[in-house]
Ligand binder design. Sequence first.
Ligand code: FE2
Ligand code: FE2
Length: 351
Amino acid sequence: MAKLDKKEISLFKKLIDRHTTVDGKVNQTEIAKELGLPRTTVQSRIYAVESGKYDNIEFPDFDSEEESIDEIRERAKARYRRKRSAHDAKQWFTIKLNEEIPYGILWFGDPHLDDDGANWDLVEEHVEIATQEGIYGANIGDTTNRWVGRLMTKYADQSITWSEADRLADWFMHESGVSWLVWLLGNHDLWNRGHDFYKRLGASKIPIIDWRAQFKIKHPTGKEIKIDAAHGRKGTSMYNELHGTLREAKMGDEADLYVTGHTHNYGMQHLEIASRQRVCWLLQLRGYKEMDEYALVKGFPEHRHGAAILVIIDPRKGARNIIHHCFEDVEAGAKYLKYIRKEARSALDTN
Ligand SMILES: [Fe+2]
Ligand SMILES: [Fe+2]
């Protein structure tokens, strides 16, 4: 049966009137020619109009289970506003730290805690140092491997399972005893919805930042330090381990400390940028993954230094520089920090 709307019914009624011959027959061929339709189509439509069998089915009105376009647009607008304000709040965010005398931040390089090549003796040694009074922790990212896609076959070659790796990450964040200031998410952390996993793990108690954190630490003395930390940066050079970091220090936002991980190599430099009237430290952290197959195949000699670096910050008003010194020898740095904290504390007590 032909299905016709009101407009078509009225059109066909007019055409039938116009093309009915004196003997009462409808000239279907003429109508078909006028409309440019096959004669059989015209025939069925004429039958439908004449018999009134074009509109005798009535369907129920089903309620739609879908959101209306207006509701979808409202949701998209609210989502964007939330995303924008969360994003903006992370631009040069401020951490208030109640330290008036020199203290340390131990920057952990790529941990890769579940990798068979992760140097766990060194991880534990550094975790113990990071729990020393006056030392805080920061994690540059790639906490575990979180192999994805074709790389998932690599789980067959490592002794720690994916779920055990998640438990190690949980231990590192919550049970190691380290007072964390920030965790970055590296490429490995973002794989397999790691973004969700780590944000839930941090539960808003520790800033968990995708790839790059630019932040300030404010002290009760009024002094502040600006830190630009990124899991990885643009630009590499066979002549300079700090190439990408240096590029950022010279061309990017101004900061007192630039820290980078990701490429599993070590570099450190105290640099004066005269054109900016600024001194800063550049750190490239090596991390804890050793005997790396990727480095072996690509022919990169393995670095053995800079798994983590201890940055000593001096928030006192008269301090020469906000960063007192950086130590690749973390143990020696921690001993030195104990000594200068004691000295600074007794100077505070006598004043
Ligand atoms: Fe990485
Ligand atoms: Fe890494």
